[in-house]
Design a protein around this ligand. Sequence first.
Ligand code: FDA
Length: 304
Amino acid sequence: MPVVKDFFIALSNNKFMNESAKKMGPALGAKKVVAGVDIDSTIDTVERLNMRGISCTLDNLGEFVTTRHEALEAQQNIVEIMRRNYNANIDAHVSIKLTQLGINIDKEFAYKNTREILLKAHEYGNTFVNIDAEKYEDLVGITETLDRLKGEFKNVGTVIQAYLYDAMNIMNKYQDVRLRLVKGAYKEGPNVAFQTKEEIDSNYIKLIEHRLLTSNAFTSIATHDHNIINHVKQFVKDHHISNDQFEFQMLYGFRTDYAYELAGEGYNFTMYVPFGEDWFGYFMRRLAERPQNLNLILLDIFNK
Ligand code: FDA
């Protein structure tokens, strides 16, 4: 349903809607997929998930960062999350977005902000820092930043989007880097990205298999797709790939029972836990990729 997808992606990019939603607080079902507005409630969520054998990656949501002040604030918030995680002794790391750290303001400034986060991560148990993949227009900035940081720090990684024609080449550049493999969440044109589900799924499987066979670095397979998860389970069995080499990841609030099941079967599992006031864009992207997520809104209305 491309029209529905376009509609929600357009909403996710609408600054006025994002700002208004921020003032309103999580609503319209977003509470089911956003862990809370502050770090305290989020730490409670992480503790509950840790008890089920699930690790977490925390994303302090933030869209439309346009000033250096906002970017520095985002950087300080991320450092504070790492400090709180460390002090609470929970199993959680952070996922960051370079747009939030000012990459569209000044690449050098965003690099310094990211480096500062990695220096602090060293103080807080050398916790892992994942750089999320964003729109294609930000890809060069993201990879250039990672290229400068990966020699100095071992605890940094990024995300490969299978919808990109160039995904295999980008992935192969990062043989020694921890990577998360995803299908891709943004709207990209046919000049850079596959457009059909069949093509994206097929490229996703190709990337996963190639990565698991050729790299010793840790790989996160981030999907809610049971067909792909079942395929990976069989593939690692057939190729004697150890469970220590990879994990599954899902987004908080989606297929939670399935997540518990996979963790219970002994697979490493990490839940991506977004939190914060800036929930609207994130929630709209989730509706764009799966309009059935609208059920979350109905549940919210009927639960009142
Ligand atoms: P997809 O949405 O294609 O669904 C495939 C099938 O799985 C469906 O047809 C259905 O059968 C089943 N299914 C899916 N969701 C279900 C549900 N809730 N309930 C029941 N069945 C369901 N993107 C990006 O561009 N940059 C990033 O940094 C990240 N990071 C990231 C982290 C994590 C942990 C995850 C899980 C995802 C991301 N993504 C991302 C998003 C990713 O690119 C992608 O948009 C979504 O994961 C949706 O694709 P899926 O692979 O989940 O399957």
